[in-house]
Design a protein around this ligand. Structure first.
Ligand SMILES: [Zn+2]
Ligand SMILES: [Zn+2]
Length: 370
């Protein structure tokens, strides 16, 4: 009873195996070779003949700015931070046309150049199309045209959109302060350029008795520099536009930023009435220390219009403390070497014999906090 069904089952199994064998031997309709898997009704080799994984024109042209390396795409120039080889690779990758059905694509490019404006490239592209591995070996020549980009020609022509005037409130900014501010503008210009603002450049800088004027290619750059100066140095600024011409029927303005450093800066020693004050901070309020007593000082900056700067902490000299009493300190004057008795300031905790920083005024000597 059990044998029959087994026999009956074994027949179709044999038939099935025969069918597979027949499938394996189906000849390719194109070349006639027997083929296991057909793709689009032909063998692998014949299928590969019908597809092109990748192609590229024999000559690819590109335009670079000879001054900044920007690359021209269509009518526009684009900022480039890459080396020439990377630029050429990018140009090739853009010119390369790869079959849209291809997957798992990888490209390698070998560059050689005998001439700074002509590069030869050998390109190998591998990938899969409909599960069949395909490869393309291509050659092209990249020809570089050098031009001067819009930004570089503007810079060379002295073009500017904005002027930042570095000044100080009620005084002339010193050399150091001006250098710090120029550095700050430079920092913003560099950062914006790296971010792709190709007009972020300094056209020129002019030193004047009252400060420095910096001419900039980009207005947004100038404004950002001013904002950073407010944040970092407590500066104030105002802007005023001047009509500089017309472009495509529109008025073109140049903006002048009057950037003012605060009148008082940390480290200033000012005279307020009869007192000498070391400034620690000056914004809306000015805070610091009374040098004689060492007590804290705080006043609205607006009310300090008559306060005069008399010295700077950088001018401090070294002096030896000879002895210390309850409320007084004897200090050896650094230039006359005479002992001078002064009130003990609150911040002084020495016991005698130590070296301290002192500020000398016409008729006084003050110990600075350490
Ligand atoms: Zn074939
Ligand atoms: Zn350029």
């Amino acid at each position: 009873m059990q044998c029959e069904p087994i026999l009956a089952q074994s027949k179709p199994i044999i038939t099935n195996r025969n069918m597979i064998n027949t499938m394996n031997n189906v000849p390719c309709p194109v070349c006639g070779r027997p083929t296991e898997h057909q793709i689009d009704g032909r063998c692998k080799e014949c299928f590969l003949k019908t597809v092109t994984l990748a192609h590229i024109p024999l000559v690819v042209r590109t335009t670079f700015c000879s001054m900044c390396g920007a690359v021209k795409r269509g009518k526009h120039w684009e900022y480039q931070k890459f080396e020439v080889d990377d630029l050429i690779q990018g140009v090739i990758e853009q010119a390369l046309k790869i079959d849209s059905q291809a997957t798992d694509i990888s490209t390698s490019i070998a560059l050689s150049n005998s001439n700074p404006v002509i590069y030869r490239a050998h390109i190998t592209v591998t990938g899969e199309i409909k599960g069949v591995k395909a490869e393309s070996q291509l050659n092209t020549e990249v020809r570089i045209t050098k031009e001067t980009c819009d930004a570089c020609s503007r810079m060379a022509g002295g073009y500017y959109e904005a002027v930042v005037q570095i000044r100080a409130e009620g005084r002339f900014p010193d050399e150091d302060e001006q250098q710090q501010m120029v550095k700050l503008v430079d920092e913003v210009v560099e950062r914006q350029y790296q971010r792709g603002d190709r007009f972020s450049f300094i056209t020129s800088a002019q030193e004047l008795p009252e400060g420095t004027d910096i001419y900039l290619g980009s207005n947004s750059c100038a404004r950002q520099a001013c904002r950073l100066a407010v944040e970092r140095f407590g500066c104030k600024y105002s802007e005023s536009p001047t009509l500089s011409g017309k472009k495509d029927g529109k008025d073109i303005y140049r903006i002048t930023y009057s950037l003012r450093l605060p009148r008082l800066v940390p480290g200033d020693i000012i005279r307020v009435g009869e007192d000498f004050v070391l400034v620690n901070r000056s914004a809306k309020m000015t805070t610091g220390l009374y040098l004689e007593s060492g007590l804290e000082f705080s006043e609205h900056t607006d009310r300090l219009k008559d306060a005069k700067k008399v010295a700077d902490v950088d001018e401090a000299e070294n002096a030896i403390v000879v002895s210390v009493e309850q409320d007084t300190v004897q200090v050896m004057h650094p230039s006359t070497f005479k002992q001078v008795t002064i009130k003990k300031p609150a911040h002084f905790t020495g016991t005698g014999g130590e070296e301290v920083k002192v500020i000398l005024t016409e008729d006084s000597i003050f110990i600075l906090p350490s």
